[in-house]
Write a protein that binds this ligand. Structure first.
Ligand code: HEM
Length: 149
């Protein structure tokens, strides 16, 4: 059973992280403004729904793994110290990425097909940048936790 949960967790991570990297690079390398507008107009909502489902799967399967390995005890006692700090960092990063995703999706759905204000543009770009970099960090800490278990 635990192998299946870990498999789903890693599958969800590949879809979630892969999608965020793809869209991030699309924003940078697709320079044609009209093409960019069309791409986001058509795939934006689909991508948004799909990715939020995978993030939810990541959190649910992550919580299962967390209790399966009794990591709540490790957080409570702070021992072993290395694993406890890796876990704390990963959980904080996941909390930040969830907030950044909510901000990003809120603006995306509110302004879909409309012009954005400067503040909306800033929040949308900074949250997508945050999602991209936080993902790279989360992957790093996920691997550290795995080797400390
Ligand atoms: C954006 C969210 C997340 C991403 C991208 C992510 C990614 C990953 C990846 C790639 C692994 C496998 C590491 C390896 O086998 O070397 C992993 C393992 C693990 N994750 Fe996550 N994770 C996320 C959220 C969570 C959450 C919210 C929790 C707990 C509440 C969690 C708990 C765990 C645990 C305990 C493992 C270790 C299980 C094992 O390797 O046997 N993860 N995660």
């Amino acid at each position: 059973m635990i192998d299946i949960i870990l498999y789903i967790h890693i599958l969800a991570a590949t879809v979630w992280v892969g999608g965020s990297i793809f869209l991030f690079f699309l924003g940078i390398f697709l320079r044609d403004k009209e093409a960019q507008k069309q791409v986001y107009l058509h795939i934006g909502p689909l991508y948004g729904y799909l990715e939020s489902v995978w993030l939810t799967i990541l959190i649910i399967t992550g919580l299962y793994l967390f209790y399966h390995f009794s990591l709540d005890n490790i957080l409570a006692t702070g021992m072993p110290q290395k694993l406890a700090s890796e876990l704390t960092i990963k959980l904080f990063l996941v909390a930040f990425i969830t907030i950044a995703t909510i901000v990003h999706m809120y603006i995306a759905f509110k302004t879909h097909g409309k012009e954005r204000t400067k503040l909306q543009l800033f929040l949308s770009r900074s949250s997508s940048m945050a999602i991209f970099f936080l993902n790279l960090l989360i992957l790093w800490f996920a691997i550290q936790i795995r080797s400390s278990l």
